[in-house]
Design a protein around this ligand. Structure first.
Ligand SMILES: [Zn+2]
Length: 289
């Protein structure tokens, strides 16, 4: 009887051991030092609950920015994993921030600065100038099937060429993107200053004075792409529910990982807004490990 008990206990231990081995292998390289266990738990919680305002508007959690945070850190691990915390700690160290492994307001603020500085438009806007509107001869007309629900539009010739290559690559890479013919179509392309000013004056879609005075869409290189929309929302609705929904779509996640290869950068507050910044390769951080 006793030996049966020992045998059962051993079997149970074996099952436990096999299970935990399986768990470790499921986490794969996303495990990490035990010193990151508490931080990993905290990151998983703040993802949804932290009071933050990275773009000046109060928000709950950083879920909308999860994909961009992971891409910036250079991690493939889930945001609640120990490895994510360890990778973030390394990024904080490289960027001379307090090394905690936790996503907090200061870390998110540093990332936002980096995201915005990647946009030449913002740099020029911050220095008090506004890029001139694109000349008509620099613009190309988008195809009927390239516009969201057939919407017409014009885009900088070079930006449209890069966009076409990018959308083809996305469709080839991910059947979920290819399955929806509207996915990555153009919701808004070139908009003349006069058009934006008139819309603003009419009281619709003004988005503050900045848009009326100087929108990136005047350059012809900025484009709003359809990356999905939460039920009941327009594809360019800044409501947090909509942005969170969009930040989790395969199309958006693909763009976060791949758009830089085609010369596009994201205005991270708006999952749909991308700016073509030219054919130069994006800067990458040197790995110091
Ligand atoms: Zn836009």
């Amino acid at each position: 009887m006793e030996s049966l008990f020992v045998a059962l206990a051993s079997a149970s231990l074996l099952v436990t051991w096999v299970s935990s081995t399986h768990l470790v292998s499921l986490q794969g390289t996303c495990g990490g030092g035990e010193q990151y266990a508490a931080i990993a738990t905290r990151n998983a919680a703040t993802l949804q609950t932290a009071s933050l305002a990275p773009f000046g508007r109060a928000e709950h959690g950083w879920g909308i920015y999860e994909a961009q945070v992971a891409a910036t850190v250079g991690t493939k691990c889930a945001s609640g994993s120990k490895r994510f915390a360890a990778d973030l700690a390394r990024w904080q160290s490289r960027n001379r921030l307090r090394v905690t492994g936790a996503v907090d307001a200061v870390t998110l603020g540093a990332m936002k600065l980096r995201w915005q500085n990647a946009r030449p438009f913002i740099k020029s806007f911050a220095s008090g100038s506004c890029p001139a509107a694109a000349e008509d001869q620099a613009l190309a007309t988008i195809g009927h099937r390239e516009g969201w629900l057939g919407k017409p539009g014009k885009l900088d010739v070079r930006a449209l060429d890069a966009l076409r290559r990018m959308v083809s690559a996305a469709r080839a890479d991910d059947p979920r993107i290819k399955a929806d013919a509207q996915m990555l179509t153009i919701v808004s392309a070139f908009r003349s200053p006069a058009y934006d000013a008139a819309k603003c004056a009419a009281g619709a879609n003004c988005n503050g004075i900045a848009k009326a005075r100087c929108s990136a869409h005047r350059t012809g290189t900025a484009v709003d792409l359809y990356v999905g929309a939460a039920p009941g929302h327009s594809p360019v609705d800044t409501d947090d529910d909509n942005r969170l929904f969009q930040s989790r779509t395969p199309a958006y996640r693909w763009l976060v990982k791949n758009a830089a290869r085609f010369g596009f950068v994201n205005y991270v507050f708006e999952p749909w807004h991308w700016e073509w910044v030219g054919p130069e390769p994006q800067r990458v951080e040197l790995e110091t490990r």
